[in-house]
Design a protein around this ligand. Structure first.
Ligand code: PGA
Length: 245
């Protein structure tokens, strides 16, 4: 595992963008696994800017997003499809057909999940970007008594609904379910980069790195990933440095 401790959330985003760029330089037809939430926004801004200046080319890049809220279509401002378009896709030269996000308005959830798994398997994710929930979730793999392997329907955790309420007018508007990649989808990525900043993520990061591997803290499975990079700010870095020594 490699850990980069950066000075503030913008630098966390910049370092994560550099890791994505390095992947794209090494492999022109890279397959990227992408995350939503507030954490990766600075990374997307950096990537979008580089593409706008002509320093980065997404024409051969394929992407798979981790998750989508059930019931929200791509034109809904709270959907992750809308988020990705607003923060990245509309600024870069990626081909529409190379963008994959689970459909939030599917009538056949089972088939949507199976098709998503099949497409991930066929393409193979080279680099998966992750955030982490305060409850240790990755994607929408919520704390549970077992790890879900493939793409699946999730009942969102109370803590996740509360945390994500800040993006909605009221907590009642936060969808209660989502479709998420599973733990096996994530673990099969060749490289995983998890980014986090802020005091509210310290506990989850500590448990992820030093706790037991348990579905109760889904990110803890990353201890078993062979190419795992963590990009954090100094606040988290300071909180874990004694444990790393
Ligand atoms: P956040 O969400 O980036 O908005 O904190 C991270 C996550 O829930 O994975």
């Amino acid at each position: 595992m490699k850990i980069y401790t950066q000075d503030g959330c913008l630098e966390v985003g910049r370092k994560a963008a550099q890791l994505v760029v390095a992947q794209m330089i090494c492999k022109q037809k890279s397959v990227l696994g992408l995350a939503t939430g507030s954490t990766p926004i600075a990374m997307y801004e950096e990537l979008a800017e580089m593409c706008e200046y002509g320093d980065l080319d997404f024409k051969d890049i394929t992407t798979f997003n981790l998750d989508e809220y059930l019931g929200l279509d791509k034109d809904n401002e709270q959907s992750y499809a809308y988020f990705m378009n607003t923060h990245l896709f509309k600024y870069i030269n990626i081909k529409k057909e190379n963008i994959h996000i689970p459909s939030g308005i599917t009538k056949d959830i089972k088939k949507t999940c199976e098709d998503y798994d099949k497409a991930i398997l066929e393409n193979g994710i080279d680099l998966q970007v992750l955030g982490i929930g305060t409850n240790g979730h990755i994607g929408f793999n919520e704390p549970s008594d077992h790890f879900e392997a493939g793409t699946h329907l999730v009942d969102l955790d109370k803590e996740t609904i509360e945390a994500n309420a800040r993006f909605f007018e009221s907590i009642d508007e936060v969808p209660r379910q989502a479709i998420s990649m599973g733990i096996k989808n994530i673990m099969q990525a060749k490289k995983v980069v998890l980014i986090a900043y802020g005091e509210n993520k310290i506990d989850a990061i500590k448990k992820m790195l030093f706790g037991e591997i348990t579905p109760n803290l889904p990110a803890s499975i990353l201890q078993a990933h062979g190419d795992f990079t963590l990009v954090i700010d100094e606040e988290i870095g300071d909180a874990i440095k004694d444990l790393l020594a």
